[in-house]
Design a protein around this ligand. Structure first.
Ligand code: UD1
Length: 343
């Protein structure tokens, strides 16, 4: 079968990685997933095949293992690009076990870039986060806003990894990179076959909502209703994971085609709309017809009050725009929860 080329997706069995793998396959790419399954399940590879009709190759190893990484790149030639998702991502956990976060998220990035240099793989898309902005002084936040001191080791790893990528590129390595600064990805593939699959008690809002509605959790706690926002709860820019996945295809193709304006670029990936926690709950109740049990509790330490993206630069440069509504996001998240639990 002829394909458009081979793309390596690290963390390809994870939440965003699996959705991106589906989109890549559907766009005609051959996908090679590297994942250590530390926070994901092997059956996701079957689900990707079920959706797309093509099974991605799956390599189970840890990016900390340089020998395995070297062997991987020796075995797999002509790789057009790497999309790097694999990382630990729980903000609270990163405060508890910072050394794990620093080793896991930073050393893997270094190993990957060294392997790319050695094996002459040029194009790199990095999974960054709006967390690099902290609480911005101006909203919506543009790519030119200053990077603020990180609130958590997790956030700091995103900032440092952006710097590692930028410095590597500036040093003359034959690498081109795009950092995508995601806002809050939620929702799931319309097939209901892949979605967010947190282990244990979810930290993030959307899986907590769907698990509460399903009866796995008793009650959602809304962290604070005394913020300086219209309804008092925090505001975020929620983006459908499939829209987010599509941004990665556009970004890697920008590098492959050479339409990038500089060898290191970063873009906000959001919808440009901010929604409060209460608005997300209302959307969930509206789109699913289910009542959610929730109560307001104290603020969660480390939460910023409000953030949403200025998407002007990303929309213009990438020719990409998020399309799905909040109700589509909340409904698809629910359908995934139902499908997964009733399997
Ligand atoms: C955080 C990180 C983000 C990271 C993401 C993934 C920051 C600023 N953001 O997003 O970079 O990619 O985690 O792990 O560090 N909420 C409740 N009740 C809950 C859970 C959440 O009210 O049970 C509220 C939060 O207070 C927040 C909103 O829902 O206002 C979204 O929270 P969450 O889904 O955890 O994402 P962030 O903290 O925004």
């Amino acid at each position: 079968m002829t394909t458009k080329g081979k793309i390596v997706v690290t963390g390809g069995t994870g939440y965003i990685g699996s959705h991106t793998t589906v989109e890549l396959i559907q766009q005609g790419y051959e996908v090679l997933i590297i994942d250590n399954l530390s926070n994901s399940e092997a059956f996701i590879v079957d689900r990707i095949e079920q959706i797309s009709g093509v099974r991605p190759s799956f390599f189970e190893f840890d990016l900390l293992d340089q020998e395995k990484m070297d062997a991987f790149f020796n075995q797999n030639k002509d790789i057009q690009g790497v999309i790097h998702f694999a990382a630990a991502k729980a903000v609270g956990e990163s405060v508890q076990i910072p050394l794990h976060y620093y080793r896991n998220n930073l050393v893997t990035m270094i190993n990957l870039l060294e392997a790319m240099k050695k094996h002459q793989v040029v194009n790199f898309v990095f999974s960054s986060s709006c967390t690099v902005y902290g609480q911005p002084d101006q909203l919506p936040v543009t790519e030119n806003a200053p990077v603020k001191p990180a609130e958590s080791p997790y956030g700091y790893t995103k900032q440092v990894n952006e710097a590692i990528l930028n410095d590597t590129i500036k040093s003359g390595a034959n690498i081109k990179g795009i950092a995508l600064r995601y806002f809050n990805p939620i929702g799931a593939h319309h097939s209901g076959l892949i979605g967010e699959l947190p282990r244990g008690v979810p930290n993030n809002l959307m899986p907590f909502i769907t698990q509460t509605a399903y009866g796995i959790r008793e009650q959602l706690r809304v962290f604070g209703s005394d913020y300086s926002t219209p309804d008092g709860s925090c505001i975020r820019d929620y983006i459908h994971v499939v829209d987010l996945a599509k941004a990665h295809i556009v970004a890697i193709e920008r590098l492959i085609k050479g339409t990038n304006k500089s060898n290191y670029e970063m873009f906000n990936i959001g919808t440009g709309n901010g929604f409060s926690v209460f608005e997300v709950i209302q959307s969930f109740e509206r789109s699913t017809g289910k009542k959610l049990n929730y109560k307001v509790v104290d603020r969660r330490p480390g939460d910023i009050e409000q953030i949403w993206a200025d998407t002007t630069i990303g929309n213009k440069e990438l020719g990409w725009k998020a399309e799905k509504t909040l109700d589509e996001m909340t409904l698809s998240a629910w359908q995934w929860e139902l499908n997964y639990r009733n399997k």
